[in-house]
Design a protein. Structure first.
Length: 80
């Protein structure tokens, strides 16, 4: 399996929840989260980096930071 699960939002029911994965072939991070649709948020992102047609902006809850960092540190040897 190419994508390895790292963590899921601990404050949700485990179904359709924000989550983080790592691509074991490339080391890329893959995030499942809420699609950002607010025009003001998208405009702010675009000020720093234009959002390409094949890109999405995703929001994850702040309380997932520690879980994502912990998961990355625990699996650091396989994350490039």
């Amino acid at each position: 399996m190419r994508l390895r699960f790292l963590t899921i939002d601990p404050d949700t029911n485990g179904d359709e929840c924000p989550a983080a994965f790592v691509d074991e072939e490339t080391g890329d991070l893959v995030f499942q989260g809420w699609a950002v649709t607010d025009p003001d948020d998208l405009a702010q992102v675009s000020q720093h980096s234009r959002i390409a047609e094949n890109e999405s902006v995703v929001r994850l809850p702040a309380h997932m930071r520690a879980a994502i960092l912990e998961a990355l540190n625990d699996h650091n040897s396989s994350v490039r």
